[in-house]
Design a protein around this ligand. Structure first.
Ligand code: ARG
Length: 466
């Protein structure tokens, strides 16, 4: 713990105790070393709570004024780095409350009327997650915009589509990129949907059973921009499903980015030689002078592991807890904060990296012409000539076998030989087997042809702006 978390005396709850807390226990139980990140939300929540209490005549107007001025000064102190955090005051909530009382006297002690740290921390956490949802959505839009810009340049760039990492059928590079647009589109939808469950106010639930004061929860909810209030006080203070769900959604997003990373790494290898990633996103080797390593995508892939780990950590944290609040819940913060930071940094760097990708069209094209990528198209032509698909499949498999043995393409086999395999084959059919023809015959919705992909890109742009 850094020096800024200095020691002092007297815990908020020391009245009931006859000896001071052991120093190690104090540090072990304190969360201020990480939950100071909630300070801004804590102050926001406190102001709304105080305003409601004054409106309900639980505190006076002067007391409200004092609380607001004190909190505003505390906010400035925190922002400027002058605020003295102390482990003696355990967490962000008590640190702020103590400083408030130091600044404004007895009115500061009234702020905690009709409130517990249990509903307070749950509120702070929801405000934090709500902001992280908005931020992630904004950053995904930027990532997607850069993805669409790259796709726009490659609606006619031919590449081999793979299944089982084997050449399967020709596709356009734009179509491949657009698959990731669809994945991240669903990530945005998941974040928006999650927001409905996050954006409910816990304050007013007290420690677990509500409060005897005549509070107005809807007033507080409105002031803080919540859509509604948590309907059960026990649930409100104890469940962290909204934080778990955020991490789950983040894990899926990271998984999508990790898959794209894996592809970028493969494509950049000399064996594929499909793309270059700008030098500013790569590093060299201290030993092998020839190396240019795709560190950024490798780290995205690696960091997906830690986000997945945070999901498991939070689920495990929650699974054995009896109702209502338990101190276990203090452990929800670091996995959540780290997930949010990882998502943020990953999206920013990834979006930027997309602007630094260049494509070796010739290598992509050459790879498409190896591996009989248009064999399915040939089978389709035979079906149009009357063969049932299974029969056509067998005919083309024989042609592939013969061409493989001769180490050439089907189009290099003589028409005589091909007619021996199946008399329905003719020269025109063979001339239709180019990758370009294969692409242009797939212009239905969701297809890889250039006009289908152009439509997908333009729909994508509309979706972002909708
Ligand atoms: N620091 C605590 C947390 O993060 C705040 C709530 C403490 N409540 C309590 N009853 N000890 O969960």
């Amino acid at each position: 713990m850094s020096d800024k978390f200095k020691n002092s005396t007297l815990e908020a709850w020391s009245g009931r105790f006859s000896e001071p807390v052991n120093e190690l226990v104090k540090r072990y139980t304190a969360s201020v070393g990480f939950d100071y990140k909630l300070a801004e939300y804590d102050i926001q929540g406190s102001i709304a709570h105080a305003e409601m209490m004054s409106a309900q005549q639980i505190i006076s107007d002067e007391e409200l004024q004092g609380i607001k001025e004190g909190l505003s000064q505390i906010k400035t102190e925190i922002q400027s780095g002058d605020f003295k955090w102390s482990v003696d005051y355990e967490d962000v909530h008590l640190n702020i409350e103590y400083r408030l009382t130091e600044l404004i006297g007895d009115a500061g002690k009234k702020l905690h009327t009709a409130r517990s740290r249990n509903d307070q921390v749950a509120t702070d956490m929801r405000l934090y997650v709500r902001d992280q949802i908005d931020l992630a959505i904004k950053l995904i839009y930027q990532f997607q915009t850069n993805l669409l810009n790259l796709a726009d340049l490659h609606t006619r760039t031919v590449m081999p589509g793979l299944t089982h990492l084997q050449v399967a059928q020709p596709i356009t590079f734009a179509h491949h990129l657009m698959a990731y647009f669809e994945m991240t589109k669903r990530d945005v939808e998941r974040l928006k949907d999650l927001n409905k469950r996050v954006n409910q106010l816990p304050l007013g639930s007290g420690a677990l059973a509500g409060t005897t004061f005549s509070i107005d929860r809807l007033h507080v909810a409105k002031a803080l921009g919540f859509n509604g209030v948590c309907e059960n006080s026990l649930d409100a203070v104890s469940d962290r499903d909204f934080a778990i769900e955020y991490c789950m959604v983040a894990a899926l997003l990271m998984t999508h980015l990790s898959r794209l990373s894996e592809e970028l790494i493969l494509w950049m290898s000399p064996q594929f030689n499909f793309i270059e990633i700008a030098d500013r996103f790569c590093t060299g080797s201290s030993m092998m002078p020839q190396k240019k390593n795709p560190d950024v995508p490798e780290l995205v892939r690696g960091k997906t592991g830690r986000v997945n780990g945070h999901v498991v950590a939070l689920l495990t944290l929650m699974k054995g807890q009896p109702l209502a609040y338990n101190k276990d819940n203090q452990e929800d913060k670091e996995p959540l904060f780290d997930t949010a930071q990882t998502v943020h940094d990953t999206l920013v760097v990834f979006a930027d990296m997309l602007t630094g990708i260049s494509v070796n069209k010739d290598s992509m094209y050459a790879a498409t012409t190896k591996g009989f990528a248009t064999a399915t198209d040939m089978a389709d032509h035979l079906v149009r000539k009357g063969l049932p698909f299974r029969g056509a499949h067998e005919v083309v498999a024989k042609a592939v076998k013969s061409a493989s043995q001769k180490k050439c393409d089907i189009s290099d086999l003589s028409i005589k030989e091909l007619k021996l395999i199946c008399p329905l084959i003719d020269e025109k059919m063979i001339s239709l087997l180019s990758p370009e023809k294969a692409l242009e015959s797939r212009n239905h919705i969701g297809g890889t042809g250039s006009s289908a992909v152009k439509a997908a890109i333009s729909n994508g742009r509309k979706w972002i702006n909708s």
